[in-house]
Design a binder for this molecule. Sequence first.
Ligand SMILES: [Zn+2]
Length: 617
Amino acid sequence: MKKQTFLYALIVLAFNCDNDKKEDITTSNYVEEAHSFAQPNISVIKHLDLNIDVNFDEKIIEGIATYTIENNDASEIVLDSKFIDIDRVEADGKDTPFSLGNFDEQLGQALKINIENDTKTISIYYKTTNKTEALQWLNAQQTADKTHPFLFTQGQAILTRTWIPIQDSPQIRITYNATVKVPSELMAVMSAENPKTKTNDGVYHFKMRQPISPYLIALAVGDIDYKAVSDRTGVYAEKSLIDKAHAEFSDMEKMVVAAENLYGNYDWDQFDVIVLPPSFPFGGMENPRLTFATPTVIAGDKSLTSLIAHELAHSWSGNLVTNATWNDFWLNEGFTVYFEIRIMEALYGKDRANMIALIGRQDLEEEVEGFKDEPNMTKLKLDLTNKNPDDGMNSIAYDKGYLFLRTLEEKVGREKFDAFLKSYFKTNAFSTVTTEDFIDYLNTNLLQPNAISFNVDEWIYQPGIPKNQAIIVSDKFENAERILHVFLDTKAVDVSQTKDWTTQEWVHFIRNFPETITNDDMKRIDDAFNLTHSTNSHIAMVWFEQAINHDYHGNSVDQNIEAFLIRVGRRWYVSTLYKAYKRNNKVDEALAIYKKARANYHSVTANTIDEMLDYKK
Ligand SMILES: [Zn+2]
């Protein structure tokens, strides 16, 4: 691994005469990072003891974050903090001076704490504020059961600093213990060893023994139950959802086995999923040991569970081997999409895998087109200096990353590629990797030994999609297009031809409507397949998009779109629909709905839509 900075060289020089400290030096090895104030080469956190109260009345979290630190003879340690009230700070149990730097809209503030060169621990007494971006406090009406409030956190990319003062860079890895006090009728769960039943006093203790990056620290609090799928997999959800969730995710153990067969042992002991209220801004978040998931993934027929395969795959790419900076985000997501599709292939066959890959391929085409004025954003390795890392969370990292790896697999052959990936995960387990580290590893372990030449630099450092891309085809999609055209030509609907369709076939069918499709045709399709009332959220989303595109208003679709946008806060879904309004010069309609919906969205989603619709708060 090559992660040497100028600063690091200085530290090595400074310590070379001090034999006792030589061990420390090997850990002082962090690259420059645009999204954190921390200076881990000087002093770095290694372990967190978190002791907090979750106060639903005041909507704050209050408590103490105590860090065990590694100190390379420094007189201060610098943490990240945003919208947090800091009461006082101790170094080894004694009050110590601290200061907060200038406020930056994206990054928050540098929290500088005075320490001695032998300081072992720092304790920060703090509380969150009503601006805290990671937390979403939901009232009972916003939950499935509608009887108790709910709280969840979302740390990625740089939001953990808004609920815990911390060195908030993915390069940092810490273990943690936590004691969390919640109202006694609720249960708390974290990205850690979790309870399976409620305690009487609302106090919960957590341990995360494997070192993780700060963006993976996560907490959810609600009236939830647990139901095991196997002895190492299971589901948390509210009462009214627990059986549905359990049935939907009954293949979890099979997925873990398939993943282990591909790329080595699952290193996190337990793999559980918590189904959150619908405002959760992502499909899923790969918090270690406990994936956070949107309820929109429960379709009733397991048709959207590739999301679980995706979050599981992150247990290797992302959580075990982590992008060093957000500019390297494609290392997390491109590998995960590749791995997800391989798990889906192992469980459900090549047809299904190729359909998922092809939908991603189409998304990629659209994303590249959308960035035609900003071609640098279509590079895998990004430069997000002075930008929010969320700007890089798009189809480029996921689907261009996937296409690169699939093209590479086709070039070298699957057997060699799988052996390479397995050793990549094993060699780099529990560490962070830059794009350049990966390229080195690839050259040394796959390309050079096999005398293979491949345009790696073009794929990673150039905009757009290189010519030597894997061609993904799907007979099933060709069939869906054929059925669409027969229908458009003859107006005859034969539902027997679509009765076994997967979600992917429906999505392809709907997304392929011609520009010229008439309202009568839309109505006939809607009446035949009941798309306006689809219980499959992905199918509903693409259908609603077409309704907006084609001015279709049949079967009360407008009311359904509005209800969907108010209930669901999944950023991908809602931004697709608001974008469709905007593209079709219907911003006023979009704003009318957004005004009613915004209070239900997590800050991650609201920030995206505020910007898209130029919404004035
Ligand atoms: Zn992912």
